[in-house]
Design a protein around this ligand. Structure first.
Ligand code: SAM
Length: 284
């Protein structure tokens, strides 16, 4: 295990390099290494895994990743102020930590490191969901994702049917991955504290059957169903499916149900029937 005990406390690193948090970059730092080590401990098995970390900031989570048995860590940071602050950590990592100065939204994480790979991040709130959707699209490229979200977003990822938080995000995430809340963190755990609490979610890819629908088909179906979530499916799916009743009934879904009453398996069955069927609006 890499010994980082000689590194200065993160507060000193921040003071030395004058790293005041920038709101525009969603900067809320974890300065307690007990917390960052807990994230890494609970995230999964890092032996031989290459990790992409989005937004190392002053490096609290990065330190815990460098201490782990991960094969290598590639940290993608948009704010160039952190490069100098992370230099000591790069030196101490004996070649296992690399920094990439880039906007994570413009980078394909899977191209940065070879397999097996994982993504671990205390995500900047403003880009957390689009980043997750990008990784989800190719989830089989990753061993797992361990990600810190605002609690409200985390709750939407793991939500069950017939609850207000259940929607597009829950269906798409739970269809492709096993999703589990590792633990919650109160706002006061961060510096500066955000307005809301957070939670760490672990997503690990499911094995998918050969006849599983493709991402775009599921996405358009789920978007239409939840786009008008108060409406019955026979109305909300009209623009997409024309006359949705026969297709809904063919997979055991009542046209009078609302989207939140359909579980993930129901949406998958519906997408499959739509894709395979001779329905006039079937996707090509
Ligand atoms: N990992 C650090 C920690 O836990 O203390 C910092 C987490 S902070 C919530 C989010 C980090 O992501 C910041 O360092 C911020 O500069 C960086 N960031 C924000 N937007 C980004 C983007 N589009 N691409 C890469 N990094 C980004």
């Amino acid at each position: 295990m890499t010994d980082l005990s000689h590194l200065p406390p993160l507060r000193d690193v921040i003071a030395k390099h004058d790293l005041g948090a920038k709101k525009a970059f969603g900067q809320h730092f974890l300065l307690d290494l007990n917390v960052t080590r807990r994230i890494v401990r609970e995230a999964g098995d890092f032996i031989g895994v290459a990790v992409v970390e989005v937004g190392p900031g002053p490096g609290g989570l990065t330190r815990a990743l460098v201490e782990s048995p991960a094969r290598e860590v590639v940290a993608v940071e948009r704010d160039r102020r952190f490069a100098a602050a992370l230099e000591e950590l790069v030196q101490a990592s004996a070649g296992r930590l690399r920094l990439v100065e880039a906007d994570a939204l413009q980078v394909d994480a899977a191209e940065l490191v070879a397999e097996p790979r994982a993504v671990v991040s205390n995500l900047p709130y403003n880009v957390g969901t689009p980043l997750l959707l990008g990784w989800l699209k190719h989830i089989d490229r990753y061993r797992f994702l361990a990600l810190m979200f605002q609690k409200e977003v985390a709750d939407r990822i793991v939500a069950r049917p017939r609850t207000p938080a259940y929607g597009r995000l829950a269906v798409m995430c739970q269809w492709l991955a096993e999703c589990r809340t590792l633990f919650d963190l109160p706002a006061r755990a961060f510096t500066p504290p955000p307005k809301v609490d957070s939670a760490v979610i672990r997503l690990s890819p499911r094995t998918r059957p050969a006849d599983d629908p493709d991402f775009a088909t599921m996405e358009s179906l789920v978007a239409a169903a939840f786009g008008q979530r108060r409406k019955m499916l026979r109305a909300s799916l009209k623009s997409l499916l024309g006359t949705p009743e026969p297709l809904l009934l063919s997979v055991g879904i009542q046209p009078t149900w609302r989207a939140e009453e359909v579980d993930v398996a129901g949406f998958v069955a519906l997408a499959k029937a739509w894709k395979q069927g001779s329905h006039p609006s079937a996707p090509s």
